[in-house]
Design a protein around this ligand. Structure first.
Ligand SMILES: [Zn+2]
Length: 422
């Protein structure tokens, strides 16, 4: 075979063969598995529901002539052969949901990947490299913590041993569900970890920026960094009726003051891009007529600029030190900002341009499987708008035209990447 791989018309042809009705039907069909009465979806990671969903997608991929494999973390790979034996281009996302999930988060990226497989077949497009659609296991982290176990294990297989003993709320270990998945699909080949040329994840934005700007496509340049802390403020429990205000040691008064200080410097340091949240509060004794003795609150600070994150760390340390022994800080988790590969970002941008679609650069506010894949290979993401910025909610929605346009951009981008020699 002697194809000319730098023929950009094949990328356009693949994009044109994206079938809007077929894509939207597949989204509707998957949303019936784990459907909630309110229009949302509740499909926990590796539940019998998710296994059913996986079975349907395996059959669909096989009908498209793809080979299907799995790995030690139950990730699934649907592979369309390339003409040369080179590392594949991977797309995909996850099909587990939050308990009050919508029908698009994760599922859209997987089903758009399937639509690309079908569109390439319909268009008769052959690519140099294989194309794989991946379903990454347990991205949401709502059944087993932490999230993104599948994609992080793909990049760093040593993490799996620790994940296997994690239990869900019913006491079932993650390892047991992995074994059950293997039993459910005994004939699947085993895929070795790693080995990828590029990864492109198409996802709903889950925020309001694209909708506010009236832009249908986001060229995602990276994922912002995060700091999680727990802060414990200590006072003294006393009678609410008998204790004069001037002698009180009210842990809530202290906690509210600390919260205000942190919010002020977070916004001052981070500007418009800062995201500061104090989402979880634990009060003792939590009684209407007793002065709080202990208040524990959480801090979630996010920003795309590592220098701002470092200045936040310093300001937080100074704030805590200033309050002395009554305020105690416990760091819970941190992740640096990730900047995607310029080469992959450029492919996404040129795909949008080739389709004549408006796009804008955007930084992801949420974590995605792409966060981990970015350590392995040239990675980028495409966002489509979320109506009202709503996600992790049954009301999650994106206009059909945007879902189709995102899939066309994905198809274009995947074909170009699949034809790269290096
Ligand atoms: Zn997601």
């Amino acid at each position: 075979m002697n194809h000319s791989y730098d023929d950009t018309t094949s990328a356009l042809r693949a994009a044109e063969h994206v079938d809007a009705a077929r894509l939207l039907r597949s989204i509707d069909a998957l949303a019936t598995i784990g459907a909630r009465g309110d229009g949302g979806v509740d499909r926990p990671a590796l539940s019998t529901l998710e296994i059913d969903a996986r079975r349907g997608l395996i059959e669909r991929a096989q009908a498209l002539g793809c080979t299907v494999s799995t790995d030690a973390c139950a990730n699934l790979f649907f592979r369309r052969a390339g003409e040369e034996d080179l590392p594949p281009v991977i797309t995909g996302s996850h099909i587990d949901t939050q308990p009050t999930g919508g029908r698009l988060d994760g599922a859209y990226g997987v089903l758009a990947g399937f639509e690309c497989l079908a569109a390439l077949a319909d268009a008769g497009v052959h690519t140099r490299r294989p194309l794989e659609v991946a379903i990454w296991t347990n991205e949401e982290g709502s059944r087993f913590q932490p999230g993104a176990m599948g994609s992080s294990t793909f990049v760093d297989p040593a993490r799996l041993a620790g994940f296997r003993s994690v239990r869900d709320a019913a006491g079932v270990t993650f390892g047991a569900t992995l074994d059950a998945h293997r039993t459910a699909f005994p004939s699947l080949a085993t895929r070795a970890p790693g080995a990828a040329h590029a990864f492109i994840e198409l996802h709903i934005e889950q925020g309001p920026l694209l909708e506010l700007a009236g832009t249908p496509l986001g060229v995602v340049t990276g994922i912002q960094g995060v700091r999680w802390h727990s802060i414990r403020c200590t006072g003294a429990a006393a009678h609410a009726g008998t204790t004069p205000m001037r002698v009180r040691r009210d842990a809530m008064t202290l906690a509210v003051r600390v919260r205000g200080e942190i919010e002020a410097f977070a916004l001052e340091l981070g500007g418009d891009a800062a995201r500061i949240t104090f989402g979880s509060w634990h009060i003792e004794p939590n009684s209407i007529n007793t002065i709080p003795s202990t208040v524990t609150l959480t801090v979630d600070f996010r920003h795309p600029d590592p220098a701002v994150l470092a200045r936040f760390d310093a300001a937080l340390a100074a704030c805590i030190a200033h309050h002395g022994a009554d305020v105690h800080l416990e760091p819970l988790f941190e992740h640096p900002p990730v900047h995607f590969a310029d080469s992959a970002i450029a492919r996404v941008r040129s795909a949008c341009d080739a389709l004549g679609a408006r796009s804008q650069p955007i930084v992801s506010g949420a974590f995605h499987d792409a966060l981990h894949l970015a350590k392995q290979c040239a990675t980028a993401m495409i966002f489509v708008p979320s109506r009202g910025g709503i996600s992790h909610n049954p009301l999650e929605a994106t206009d059909d035209a945007d879902l189709v346009l995102g899939t066309r951009a994905l198809a274009h981008c995947l074909v170009e990447l699949c034809n790269e020699a290096h």
